[in-house]
Design a protein around this ligand. Structure first.
Ligand code: MN3
Length: 204
């Protein structure tokens, strides 16, 4: 059976400062994400065991733990990749097809940032803000998800996500989620987001 593992980051914990302090990264990646990975492996193991016994009720109960922890692992893995230190390409504006699709949908890059930020800050409780790609219509859209639900469950391919669970910002920004979302644009890895769009559009 596949054992899932915590992905290594392409930057050090302190390299996203001052937008995200090293302390947050240490806890967020090293503890929270590791926790999702550990719990996912455990839940899958128990699920398989229940399956081998044909215990359908137990499987249904365990499915919730699989869903939650797999979502946590998948979403965080995407999140780390779509961040980059400002000194190494983070921030700025997207280019090419990505910028074109954003402009088609929202009018301008600035209008997109404003709408994405407003919707993401407004997530009730814990969740994520997303930019996703609708392949059928060849357009991008902003959506929010609760807890560790996947954007894929809403029929979109994930391009960019921002984690607005309190563990993502509380140590540094306290209750000011809006300040965190305002600053995070300085470390968005638009190159990675564009790469995902390219893969989504060509179906690879
Ligand atoms: Mn998180």
């Amino acid at each position: 059976m596949t054992r899932y593992q915590l992905p290594e980051l392409e930057y050090d914990y302190n390299e996203l400062e001052p937008v995200i302090y090293a302390d947050i990264m240490r806890v967020h990646h090293g503890k929270h994400h590791q926790g999702y990975v550990n719990n996912l492996n455990k839940a899958l193991e128990n699920f398989q065991e229940a399956q081998s016994r044909g215990d359908l009720a137990k499987m249904m109960v365990l499915q919730k733990a699989v869903h939650f922890n797999a979502g946590g692992h998948i979403n965080h893995s995407l999140f780390w990749e779509n961040l980059a230190p400002a000194s190494r390409g983070g921030g700025g504006e997207p280019q090419g097809d990505l910028l074109l699709l954003i402009k088609n949908e929202f009018g301008s890059f600035e209008a997109f940032i404003e709408k994405f930020s407003a919707l993401t800050v407004a997530v009730q409780g814990s969740g994520w803000g997303w930019l996703g790609y609708d392949k059928e219509k060849n357009r991008v859209d902003i959506m929010t998800c609760f807890n560790q639900d996947l954007l894929q469950e809403k029929g979109l391919i994930p391009l960019l996500c921002i984690d607005v669970w309190e563990h993502a910002y509380y140590l540094q920004y306290k209750n000011l989620r809006a300040d965190f979302v305002k600053k995070i644009w300085d470390i968005i890895n638009w190159k990675k987001v564009a790469e995902r769009l390219g893969q989504a559009a060509t179906g690879k």
